[in-house]
Design a protein around this ligand. Structure first.
Ligand code: MN
Length: 288
């Protein structure tokens, strides 16, 4: 029996030990949605989007990555999103310096598993980057899916983009103590364009795909925050509301040199924006 569930997956039969086998749709017309309900006691949330770590690249700033992970681990209200290119994954068939890698692809996968295991409960979503996708493209092995299976967080895996329905906090007596709802749209991003304007367009274009409160994009290695506004319609009450939309582009955790220097890219900043959500009323901002 094939049944379509609300979580974007097909449920097909049962395995011999009785638990259900899930077959995720790799390519489909449904967007991956992730529903997360956190504590009503949280007054605020700080979310660090981590992407473009490029672990395995000799220029990867491992000390900075470890510092971020420690910060997430040691602060109750700090969570993270993993938005692709965690691994550098230079392979025989890919562009990139396969001979210059500090770790083999297998060692890189093991490293990300060990690094993120202590904070696995605090990972809100995991998307694929183009560097991880190389292994799927050539050999059909999805490295980020393996990472999620290893950590037991398959529910946080998104093949491409993820639409996150996040609720936490308490809106108080006047709002029946409901949690504050936020919608985040997260994708690694793709394609080139070296100028700041082209990178900003890639980020802003996310709003053409789906209506969300916060958009998070990576890949272009330019830390950036911008805010726009939008008229959101509510068909049930036949009303329209002007709402803010926040756009975040993440930084890469790479030092300057290598491919970037050879291709005459500018040195980039390794500081990445942090997202702050309020737990009493719907308010959000990012800081860089
Ligand atoms: Mn990328």
């Amino acid at each position: 029996m094939v049944k379509h569930s609300a979580h974007n997956r097909l449920t097909i039969g049962s395995n011999p030990v009785g638990s259900t086998i899930y077959y995720y749709i790799l390519k489909g017309d449904l967007m991956k949605t992730i529903k997360i309900d956190l504590s009503k006691k949280l007054n605020s949330l700080e979310i660090i989007p981590l992407a473009d770590l490029h672990i395995g690249d000799p220029l990867c700033d491992m000390a900075l990555i470890q510092e971020k992970i420690e910060y997430i681990k040691n602060n109750e209200n700090v969570y993270c999103l993993l938005n692709g290119d965690l691994m550098n994954n230079s392979t025989k068939n890919s562009v990139g310096d396969v001979y210059g890698e500090k770790l083999t692809p297998m060692e890189q996968l093991a490293k990300v598993c060990v690094l993120f295991e202590p904070i696995k409960e605090k990972i809100l979503a995991v998307t694929n980057g183009n560097h991880e996708f190389r292994s799927y493209k050539w050999d059909g092995v999805d490295l980020m899916k393996l990472f999620c299976l290893q950590l037991g967080i398959e529910d946080k895996y998104a093949n491409e983009s993820a639409l996150i329905f996040l609720r936490f906090g308490d809106q108080g007596t006047h709002n029946r103590h409901l949690p504050v709802p936020y919608v985040l749209f997260v994708t690694h991003g793709s394609g080139g364009g070296r100028k700041e304007g082209a990178k900003a367009i890639r980020l802003a274009d996310m709003a053409n795909i789906v209506d969300a409160d916060i958009y998070i994009h990576s890949h272009t290695h330019l830390p950036m925050i911008m805010k726009q506004s939008f008229y959101r319609v509510d068909t049930r009450s036949s009303s329209v509301l002007q709402v803010p939309k926040l756009f975040i582009n993440t930084a890469a955790m790479l030092n300057y040199g290598g491919y970037g220097e050879a291709a005459e890219f500018k040195p980039t900043s390794k500081e990445t924006p942090h997202l702050f959500l309020d737990g009493k009323a719907k308010q959000f901002k990012a800081k860089l």
